[in-house]
Design a protein around this ligand. Structure first.
Ligand code: R5P
Length: 289
């Protein structure tokens, strides 16, 4: 087995290769030796993959990383790989799983259709859409949980309780709480617009406690900031924000000042990446057989 990492996921690919005792195949990317002044992506595999089962790891965010994924998949297939497993740690364009208005693209499926051109199966993590969408993809696809990795980290920093900022995060928080060995609670969130959320008043048993708010994605940080303020108001001693995917857009950094610490996994590499989900993906790859 060989592992190739696109430039959005180099470090995670290295971790997956190590866990699987597989060879990491370096790939050159970004700049054509002759130079593409218009900014087009360039990829080149730096070792042969003929006859191999290749695991291709690449997050589809930001947009140029999608093109890079398709170029790498094509180069691997043309290089004679026997089987290609696409690992898309953060599935950018995974939010839209329905056609709300006539003429719209169902973007989660659009990406999958293109992945299926060269890849045989797909693994992702905490896809923003309803995971049921994976059953409609034109290749076998599975959503791998990263909650054990987050739970282990939160246990190591001794949190007393976990909080889901909305019902959508409840399933994830339940899973993390089993690993962290601490209780959980949840809030009811109402989204006003892309930047503003409101939460329903609710008494939480957090006085003097160290609490981690756990969510699938931190985007603008509005959800986390609102939940953090509520925790402080109710006397929490320490507030940690934990997410699988740290997008951190717009005023996220300012919003996250409401927290004592912020942790994200390596599905998207950022300065807040403190947890690796390499072993979760490696286990899922082994289970593919
Ligand atoms: C949606 O409800 C998701 O689970 C997240 O809570 C949401 O994407 C976070 O977005 P933001 O950081 O912009 O509040």
């Amino acid at each position: 087995m060989k592992v190739v990492g696109g430039s959005a996921s180099v470090s995670l690919a290295r971790g997956i290769a190590k866990d699987l005792s597989a060879t990491l195949v370096d790939a050159a990317s970004e700049r054509h030796p002759g130079g593409f002044p218009d900014g087009e992506r360039y990829v080149r595999l730096l070792a042969p993959v003929a006859g191999d089962h290749v695991v291709l790891v690449q997050t589809t965010h930001p947009d140029p990383m999608i093109v890079e994924l398709f170029l790498l998949a094509d180069a691997i297939r043309d290089g004679g790989a026997d089987r290609i497993t696409a690992v898309i740690p953060y599935y950018g364009y995974g939010r839209q799983d329905k056609r709300f208005l006539e003429g719209e693209a169902v973007s989660a499926k659009t990406i999958a259709k293109h992945v299926a051109v060269d890849c045989d199966e797909l693994l992702t993590m905490a896809i923003p859409a309803n995971p049921e969408i994976l059953k409609t993809f034109p290749l076998p696809a599975r959503d791998v949980s990263g909650m054990a990795a987050i739970g282990r980290y939160l246990k190591s920093v001794r949190v007393d309780a976990l909080l889901a900022p909305d019902r959508g995060a409840l399933r994830l928080v339940k899973e993390a709480s089993v690993v962290a060995g601490v209780p959980f609670d949840f809030l009811e969130k109402k989204r006003i617009d892309s930047y503003t959320v409101k939460i329903e008043p609710k008494a939480l048993a957090v006085e003097g406690k160290s609490v981690a708010i756990v969510d699938d994605v931190i985007s603008t940080g509005g959800t986390i900031a609102t939940a953090a303020k509520e925790l402080r108001r109710q006397g929490a001693r320490r507030v940690i924000a934990a997410c699988v995917h740290g997008l951190f857009v717009d005023k996220a950094e300012a919003n996250l000042k409401a927290c004592d610490d912020v942790i994200a996994t390596d599905t998207i590499q950022s300065k807040f990446t403190k947890v690796s989900v390499a072993s979760e993906f490696a286990a899922a790859i082994r289970a593919l057989g």
